[in-house]
Design a protein around this ligand. Structure first.
Ligand SMILES: [Zn+2]
Length: 75
């Protein structure tokens, strides 16, 4: 992937730092979030995403079953 190249460029320009995954603020690389508020926001988001992930998985599986079925019917 080309992702590693732009990440390296940013590292060269800005030195070792990380961005808060919630608000995007620059912070120390050892930190996961810039503040407690962002941590709470992240945990709330994660809870929602976990639920969404399960729905997506079920959707994906049902799509696969339909695809297999179609392949068998039309081949
Ligand atoms: Zn933040």
């Amino acid at each position: 992937m080309s992702q590693s190249s732009w990440k390296d460029q940013i590292k060269k320009q800005w030195g070792p730092h990380k961005h808060c995954p919630i608000c995007g603020k620059a912070m120390a690389p050892s930190k996961t979030f810039c503040s407690q508020t962002c941590k709470d926001n992240y945990l709330n988001k994660e809870k929602k995403q976990k639920r969404m992930g399960r729905i997506q998985l079920i959707f994906l599986f049902s799509m696969m079953i339909v695809m297999f079925f179609l392949l068998f019917v039309f081949s």
